[in-house]
Structure formats: C-alpha cells, structure tokens
Ligand binder design. Sequence first.
Ligand code: HSE
Length: 428
Amino acid sequence: MTETLRLGIAGLGTVGAGVVKILRREAGLLTARTGKKLEITAVSARSRDKDRGVPLSGYAWETDPVALASRDDVDVFVELMGGSDGPAKAATEAAIAAGKDVVTANKALLALHGQPLACAAEAGGTVLRYEAAVAGGIPVIKALTEGLAGNRITRVMGVMNGTCNYILTRMEATRQGYNALFEECGRLGYLEADPTLDVGGIDAGHKLALLASIAFGTQVDFGAVALQGIQSITLQDIDRAADMGYKIKLLGVAQMTGRGLEQRMTPCLVPVGSPLGQLDGGTNMVILEGDSVGQIVLRGAGAGEGPTASAVLSDICDIARGIRLPTFGQPAAGLEAAPPASAASPAPYYLRLTLKDKPGALAKVATALGDNGISIDRMRQYKHDDQDVPVLIVTHVTARPSLDAALAALPATGVVTGLPVALRIEDV
Ligand code: HSE
C-alpha cells in the first residue's frame, strides 16, 4: 500500500490556497513522482468563512497554528502565514519540538531566526526547507545547495523584489514618478502589508542573507546586509542613467572578500544590454557564480500564487522522497559567523550633480574628486537650466570611503547646488 505523508498547512492566503489547489489537482502525479500519497490532514488560518476558491471541508480546522503544528496526524508542518515573529515563529518552533519536518515560505523568519531554528531542527532530526522564501518560483535554493555543491561560490547577485523592479521599470516606461507607481502597486496588491519591506529593500535583503549563508557556509546574518531602498530614485536619475548606457536596479550582491563577507541590497547601475538590465516588470533574476561552473542566470516569477506554491511543492516532494538536507546546505551547528566587510568592494560610481553656472565650477568638482584619489572616466554636461547645470560623472574604480570623502568635500567648493546622487555601477 502507498505510504501517506500527512500535511498540516497554516496560512491560507494566496500561497496557501495555491498549495492546496496543486495538492488536490495533481494528487496522482505527485504520488507517481514521490512514491507517497500527499494528504492534507489539517489547516489553519485567520478566517474560517472566507471563500478561498478551494474546498476545505475535508480537512480538520485548527484556530491555533501552534496546535496544528503539534498534531499527531501531521508529519510536515507547512508554514505560510508570514511574519518574522509571532505565530509563525511560535508554530515553527512547536513543530520542530514535536519532531515534524517544516516547509516555509517565510524569508523574514529565516533571515532573522534561521540559525537557531536550523540548529534545533537538525538536532532533532527534522528538516526545515524554504525554497519559496527566495525569488518565488525560481528554484535557487536547490540550485545553490544541490546543483552547485561542487563549486566554491564566488558571488551571488539578484533582483529579488518584483515590486521594486516593477516600479523602476514602469517609471521609465510610463514617465510617472515614484509616488504614482507606488500607489499603483498598492492598487494591484503588489505591496507587502508593510510596504517598507518592499521599497526599503528589506524583503530582498532577507532573501540575499539566506543565499549568502548557503553560498559561503556562514551563519545567516541579515543585520550585516547594507540596505538602501528605492524611495529616493527619481525619473531624472533613471533617464540620466539611460543616457550613460545603464539601468537602475535594486540589486543584491553577496561575495566573500579578503575584508570579510560583503552583503549589499542597494540601487545600482547595470549595463542596459546585460541580462539584469533587460529585466522588466515584476520578474526576478538571480545570478550565481561558481569557480567551476562560471555564471548561471536564473529568471522567473518571484511572487504570485502559482510560482510560490510551485516552490512549496518542491520542498514537500523532497521530504516525501526522503531527501533530507541541512537547512543551509551543511550542518547549522558547524556554521561560522562571518566577519562583515566594513565597506563595499571598490567599483566605478555614477554621480549626478547640479553645478552653479560660473567659471571654474567643473574644475573645483574635479579637484575635490582628484584630492580623494578619484579619477574621472566619463563626463556629460547638459543644457543650462537657468543658473544651474546638470552634470553626470562616471568615475574609474573607486573605494567607497574615498567617494564618501569626496562627496563630503563638495559643499565647500561653493559650486554644487542640491544633493549629489551617487550610485554604484556593478560589474555584472
Ligand atoms: N513582495 C515580494 C516582491 C514578493 O515584490 O517580490 C514576496 O517576497
């Protein structure tokens, strides 16, 4: 007789309902692929009465996800509630304590508490999987943990927040400002309950921290991710960057350097013709670089019912097949805390300045840069706007502290009006 794997699902929002639909629709296929019958025994959500477009009457209902997580008739606890603390954390801890395997889509929970949760799971002989937590439907955890297990990973990069990429690319296409696009995202239901998680880079930073842990064999350390959101990017920035051959992306980069682990989630410039430069709308892209494999580019939907449920099913199928990998690719108890890099690695920078229209203004800016060891690669001056002159400068490779010192010296030149914009140009 076919063995049964019994699932308890907490959270029946878009993703939870999507998981239930796939489990019902594809029961035969999933059994053929895993050798087990995948059966939902109990579910839990905030509202019992809401129509989720899928029948739930055949499943036991629990109002408390912690009770669901500990039920005797649940083998795998599927956490789809979200939130870094509160019920999601309590129920995940309860499931691990009760010896259940856990599948979650919760990047915030794992980015902030992944190390103790993984240690507890591995000490108890259970598995904690989270393919859906990073880049939605893109199987990047599997790619990194399994497909690239024979490589030393040299760099991980990605556009991993679809909302930010939607806003940035729609600003350019529709000529609307950030605020109008932010409101459009709200109307379309693209924003997290706390939209700062999206536009402040936090959601994408959580994802980057998880990938960095697997890639570099270090404890997940979200606190060490240098974060900057997209709130201050203007249409003018986008247009001027395009003039110089670049697109602006909220780009995550993690790499191990001689100065420690560098983790950044910040607006960066990438060449228009690069795969990242051509990524439009809400799509995600993750780029993995390994010493043997070279560069791999993964592109796909980073959110939504189908893609995220697809990733949750991948973890459930692994557990059904008996694949029991450590959470971060190697035993969590042996992971070291990585020293964070104190500054980003050197790179070229793009500067957008507004100068007073008077003799010697450009020379003073060039001197402020030169005094800090910064060499100019390209420069472009635009038509005078009354008494102000917009100027773009692309520097040669520069250390960030030198750039900061030069930016700090600009007000004293007496020729720079407004706040300079400085964006890193990433070598992708
Ligand atoms: N809010 C995220 C995004 C999806 O816009 O990509 C879930 O992580």
